[in-house]
Design a protein around this ligand. Structure first.
Ligand SMILES: [Zn+2]
Length: 120
């Protein structure tokens, strides 16, 4: 079971709302088995998702276990570009859809398969 910290989720909801109608993008860090930290990608706020992840960001990416981004619609299905990114950048990937609540969060593995999770 994937465990997401409540604090991290609260931060994510706020960041996604602040970025709307653009995508918010971050990378995930795990602590003691709980995904509890989001590394905000510099310059990603107000941008177009993963298109903004530059090669010089790679050392940061290698330190994370996955990614998170928002969709400005209630559709949290990964795009083709999302799936390519998931395959290369860790094993856990969160998409939060509008209106950015707990129930619009979907978690995927690196193959784009939906994962069960809980928030605590
Ligand atoms: Zn996406």
């Amino acid at each position: 079971m994937i465990i997401l910290s409540k604090d991290m989720i609260e931060f994510l909801k706020m960041a996604a709302k602040n970025s709307f109608p653009n995508e918010f993008v971050g990378l995930l860090r795990e602590k003691h088995g709980i995904i509890s930290e989001i590394l905000v990608i510099p310059g990603s706020q107000g941008g177009k998702g993963f298109a903004l992840l530059q090669p010089h960001m790679v050392p940061i990416i290698s330190d994370s276990i996955g990614s998170v981004h928002s969709h400005p619609s209630n559709n949290t299905t990964p795009s083709k570009q999302d799936l390519l990114f998931f395959q290369r950048n860790g094993k856990i990937h969160i998409i939060i859809g509008y209106p950015y609540e707990d129930k619009t969060i979907t978690v995927y593995d690196n193959n784009g398969k939906k994962q069960d999770f809980l928030i605590r």
